[in-house]
Design a protein around this ligand. Structure first.
Ligand code: FAD
Length: 497
């Protein structure tokens, strides 16, 4: 056994930062390894958190199950509502909308996915909207929800980010994590190998550790500033670099989906919580100035603003490595993709689960390399999916949309687009977040039309194909009748509503 490694077992974990990333990490580590690790989290109230990040995807339900979080308690504490998907408004073209839902559309045959049968049905005039064959999508449109047995409905949450951090903090402290309030002044590294040995606070306190988790947000104090890990910039594909965020009082019952409304040089989000809504505009400062973006947002929100709009600046991209020496970066410190598909909290959760699965007794470079390889594959796949929304569009009405349509895109994405356009096929590589159904919903929604589809569909006579499509649609509509209105369900499921 290597003497150097034996001398440095991982017993003390220091988490720098107490936003969503820091407290998710603290909750998961303390719940699973709290009895063998000393876990300390340092955060600064004066600096605060980014305070946005309120739309999630279904993997958060799984994360909560792993941590044995009581869903009703969580929903009551965070003012959460249900999310069944995202409505993309004006993305394909002005006044054209579609929903990317969390459900599965139709039923696949072993030879070909449902989209092939739907395309053939549409050609023969036998098929209705693609979304009519998806239960979650129709439930979103009808504003309905209930938990169903055997995972019968796939859902996520809209949540209040500040309340979520407080909820996770309480859970982490119950499992032994220790919170330290203070501002980090310096990250101290060892002379021999450059590993981090301690965080020094402004009041002179020193927090020593064996493994450090950088959750300091865009500042990336440890991974970026102290360890000098560089950043791969993706702004040539993703032009948006700024956002204004504002909270408003609710003016109507919450709908069970996020709205994403494309504008002249970016898009706006609407996230309905139980008593308030999160609103924002994501934009490219190359194509629209701050004042115009702010005015566009404030001119279109519904309900009284509860705070002044806050300007946030960001750079899309990813750290060259998210684990370097004895420092793992999570959340905004590790990289950033605009919240178009609500994937950042998911990436935090993936980073935490991966860390837990390969939790090192001592640091092994091979494990660190594998962690970095997986993290890179994950975010690259999501990056491609987000670029798809901008690049495949009929919009040419502003310089922003023309530039997005004309840019060259990553080869990996070009391949998916070409394959779908020529053959209607989509393949999922194992461990990718977005399954075939997501790609198909967005590709069709953005107006990408396949030129051909599987010949097996041509063998079905009209009555058989009509019967097949109608049996699926009938099942979806029958299922919908079991579901109460979303707001009613929230009132009984988490009575704080
Ligand atoms: P932060 O919330 O910024 O937390 C950083 C922490 O580090 C704070 O506690 C701060 O006090 C501490 N800190 C920093 N410096 C110091 C210091 N010197 N000393 C002590 N402490 C320090 N994600 C989604 O999944 N869904 C969404 O809908 C979504 N919407 C978004 C919208 C916008 C406009 C943006 C910018 C992001 C959005 N995200 C979304 C991303 C999401 O907000 C983040 O992934 C999430 O909030 C995690 O942030 P964080 O914890 O990494 O950073």
């Amino acid at each position: 056994m290597d003497e150097k490694k034996e001398a440095r077992p991982i017993r003390r974990v220091v988490i720098a930062g107490g936003g969503t990333a820091g407290w998710m990490a603290a909750a998961a580590l303390s719940k699973t390894l709290g009895r063998v690790l000393q876990i300390t989290l340092v955060e600064s109230e004066e600096i605060g958190t980014v305070g946005v990040g309120e739309a999630t995807i279904p993997t958060l339900v799984t994360f909560h199950r792993l941590l044995e979080i009581n869903e009703q308690a969580f929903m009551a504490a965070t003012q959460a509502t249900i999310k069944l998907g995202i409505a993309f408004e004006n993305w394909r073209d002005r006044d054209q909308h579609y929903i990317h839902s969390f459900g599965t559309t139709g039923k696949d045959h072993w030879t070909a996915g449902f989209q092939h049968f739907w395309l053939e049905g549409r050609r023969r005039g036998l098929a209705r909207d693609y979304g009519d064959y998806c239960f979650e999508l129709r439930a979103a449109q009808e504003n309905r929800f209930a938990h169903l047995p055997n995972g019968g409905i796939n859902y996520a949450f809209h949540l209040d980010a500040g309340r979520y951090a407080r909820f996770l903090r309480q859970m982490s402290e119950q499992h032994g994590a220790v919170r330290i309030e203070g501002k980090i002044r310096q990250v101290c590294t060892r002379e021999d190998d450059g590993f981090i040995e301690a965080l020094e606070l402004e009041d002179g306190r020193r927090i020593e550790g064996d493994l450090f988790i950088d959750c300091t947000g865009f500042r990336a104090l440890l991974i970026g500033q102290a360890l000098g890990v560089g950043f791969e910039d993706w702004s040539h594909w993703l032009f948006c670099d700024s956002a204004f965020a504002v909270q408003t009082a609710s003016v109507k019952p919450p709908i069970p989906y996020t709205r994403s409304i494309a504008g002249e040089a970016g898009w706006q989000w609407r996230i309905p919580l139980q008593r308030r809504a999160g609103n924002g505009i994501v934009f490219s400062s190359r194509f629209i100035d701050n004042d115009s973006a702010r005015a566009t947002l404030m001119g279109s929100i519904e309900g009284e603003p509860l705070i002044e709009p806050r300007l946030l600046r960001f750079r899309p991209g990813q750290r060259h490595k998210v684990w370097e020496k004895n420092c793992v970066a999570l959340g905004l410190a590790s990289g950033f993709l605009e919240p178009l598909e609500s994937t950042n909290i998911h990436l935090i959760q993936r980073g935490i689960i991966r860390l837990l699965q390969c939790f090192p007794a001592v640091l092994e470079q091979a494990e660190i390399d594998e962690y970095n390889r997986q993290a890179e594959a994950e975010i690259t796949h999501i990056r491609d999916f987000i670029i798809l929304h901008y690049h495949v569009t009929h919009r040419r009405d502003t310089a922003f949309w023309r530039a997005a349509a004309e840019m060259s895109i990553p080869d990996s994405l070009q391949h998916r687009i070409d394959l779908f356009r020529e053959t209607a096929k989509v393949f999922r590589v194992p461990n990718e977040l977005f399954a075939e159904n997501s790609w198909i919903q967005v590709m069709l929604g953005q107006g990408l039309e396949p030129k051909s589809w599987h010949p097996v569909t041509g063998l079905m006579p009209d009555p058989e194909l009509r019967g097949f499509l109608e049996s699926i649609r009938g099942g979806v509509e029958r299922g919908l009748r079991q579901l109460p209105v979303h707001q009613r369900y929230l009132e009984t499921y988490c009575p704080a509503a």
